[in-house]
Write a protein that binds this ligand. Structure first.
Ligand code: FES
Ligand SMILES: [Fe+2]
Length: 404
């Protein structure tokens, strides 16, 4: 069922989260727990924004494909005969079996159930024993196709074929991260999908929270990236992304026991770049943690109001993976990063529990939480526009009276 408008008092209450940070309150807890709000959010964000699903180098050859899902929509991404990346629903247009699972290389997709077959671009090319079926036009039963855009080697899809292009609205982020030359960065497709029991925004906010760095992560693995050196460049709600910088106490810092890069640093980094971390965000699905020798990217894929799936990928400077000692060096970096991530995940799970409480607050922000303010403005701009659209499309008496 399509989402309807939310109660007007609830929508009005969002305004206090869109104020400048010194005056702002956190979002209403229902934004993280409510099924009604999740359905609304699909309409406000997921069905119209660009969603990152992976990297172009996961499918280098014709016929390579991978599958993913986001807000319950199964997606297959493939490289076609004319070397284009295409993304489409993997839901068979006969009786809804999924035509692809996992990843691999194929000449097309044959649905295992009754063998309808689709070309790599989703066109239905074969449907056995349908000759007696009246008015059956194969052309009307291709896999639904999505808009695709590549940005810095990442594949973005959009369910909305009319969506404005992504890249022009990422100009500021692009400029800030240009020296990492992300389209040349190397990495492999992450094999593990994590199922995480907290709302996608809890994840997104944690990854961008400059405030907790010197507190939750206090100790030798993180003290060289202190909260006091957090910076939040301005963004507009209409921008598609935003940034956090965090200065470091020494150059070429990296999250491992040596506190310094042990993998090759990204060769284009300036002195400024070698003395800070960059957190680059393209909500609602992509969040990047950029250190001088390793980039961690999170693909955040909700599957319910209080759960999401997460792909965590790594990118390295060109040639880094050719070092015979690469796996050993990476192991050192991963141990450091994982010890920090474990602290974050513990908090995330308990924050979700707290958000379900009758005592869940609308709290206030420190200046070191500037990225939360930017995310709130990005979100509320879209929530309010969607509410207006839904109200215009539906009689007022169909609006929900509460958010549950
Ligand atoms: S469901 Fe795919 S061919 Fe029948
Ligand atoms: Fe953290």
């Amino acid at each position: 069922m399509p989402a309807g408008p939310l109660p007007e008092p609830f929508i009005a209450s969002l305004d206090e989260s869109a104020l400048d940070l010194a005056d702002a309150s956190t979002l209403p807890p229902a934004c993280y727990t409510s099924r009604d709000f999740y359905e609304f959010e699909k309409e406000a964000l997921y069905y119209h924004e660009w969603l990152c699903v992976g990297r172009a180098d996961w499918i280098p050859k014709t016929g390579d494909y991978f599958t993913t899902r986001i807000v319950g929509e199964p997606i297959v991404v493939a490289r076609t005969l004319d070397d284009k990346i295409t993304a489409m629903s993997s839901v068979c247009q006969h009786r809804a079996m999924l035509v692809a699972e996992g990843s691999g290389n194929a000449r097309g997709f044959v649905c295992p159930y009754h063998h309808w077959s689709y070309a790599l671009d989703g066109t239905l090319v074969g449907a056995p024993a349908m000759s007696k079926t009246c008015n059956f036009d194969k052309k009307a039963y291709s896999l639904p196709r999505f808009a695709v855009e590549l940005w810095n080697g990442f594949i973005f899809v959009n369910f909305d074929l009319e969506a404005a292009p992504l890249a022009p609205r990422l100009a500021k982020v692009d400029e800030a991260i240009a020296e990492y030359e992300l389209d040349k960065a190397e990495g492999v497709r992450p094999e593990t999908v994590q199922q995480l029991p907290w709302n996608w925004k809890v994840m997104f906010e944690n990854n961008n929270d400059g405030y907790h760095a010197s507190r939750l992560h206090q100790g030798p693995m993180h003290d060289f990236v202190p909260s006091g050196l957090a910076e939040f460049p301005d963004s507009e709600p209409s921008d598609a992304g935003f940034l956090r910088y965090n200065g470091t106490l020494h150059p070429d810092a990296s999250f491992n026991a040596t506190q310094r890069a042990i993998l090759p640093i990204f060769p284009g980094l300036s002195d400024e770049g070698r003395n800070r971390l960059v957190f680059a965000n393209v909500p609602p699905s992509l969040s990047l943690v950029m250190t001088c020798d390793m980039i961690i990217y999170l693909l955040i894929r909700p599957d319910g109001p209080e759960t999401h799936e997460l792909d965590t990928g790594l990118l390295f400077a060109p040639g880094a993976m050719a070092d015979p000692a690469f796996a050993h060096k990476l192991d050192v970096n991963e141990r450091g990063a994982l010890s920090i991530i474990a602290q974050d995940m513990h908090v995330d799970a308990l924050v979700q529990e707290g958000l379900r409480s009758r005592y869940a607050p609308r709290g206030r922000y420190s200046w070191q939480e500037g990225a939360q303010g930017q995310l709130n403005k990005w979100l509320i701009h879209r929530y309010k526009a969607t509410q207006d659209r839904l109200v215009a499309a539906q009689p007022a008496d169909t609006a929900l009276t509460s958010v549950s």
